[in-house]
Design a protein around this ligand. Structure first.
Ligand SMILES: [Zn+2]
Length: 142
């Protein structure tokens, strides 16, 4: 099973995170249905197809939802307040990231606003997350 997964992993999660650090939102294009999968998976998130090739997304999309974290989970004490968000990319898949926005001004009005990737955020993690992880940061396009 592990060998089989490696065989089909065109883009690892580590490579996805490295791409974010370089300002690129990487995903996978499916040869069967032409749709884009992101975050990386061994199979197409839409049709389960295994013929995938690496592609770069625009980093643009629509803010689907967000929340403001003021009481941090362990390991995130230095981050508060911060805004985890879900972005529906122009290419289709939804991506988890952080929203770069004033937490005191963040309200429901932001939902469905156009956003674009503006950088990367790496958190040091906690005892549950097994080390550092990097996610895309998005800003609202006025
Ligand atoms: Zn597909």
């Amino acid at each position: 099973m592990e060998k089989e997964l490696r065989e089909y992993t065109v883009l690892t999660h580590a490579e996805y995170e490295e791409g974010i650090k370089e300002g690129k939102l990487l995903g996978l294009r499916c040869a069967s249905c032409e749709r884009i999968t992101c975050h990386p998976m061994p199979v197409c998130q839409w049709c389960g197809g295994r013929s995938l090739e690496r592609t770069e997304l625009s980093g643009e999309g629509e803010l689907t939802t967000f929340t403001v974290i003021r009481v941090p989970p362990e390991g995130f004490e230095d981050d508060v307040p911060y805004i985890p968000c879900l972005v529906k990319t122009k290419e289709g898949p939804c991506v988890v990231g952080r929203l770069d926005y004033d937490a005191e001004r963040a309200s429901q009005v932001l939902i469905s606003k156009q956003v674009k990737m503006s950088g990367a955020y790496t958190h040091k993690g906690d005892k549950f997350s097994g080390g550092t992880h990097t996610c895309p940061v998005f800003v609202v396009v006025e």
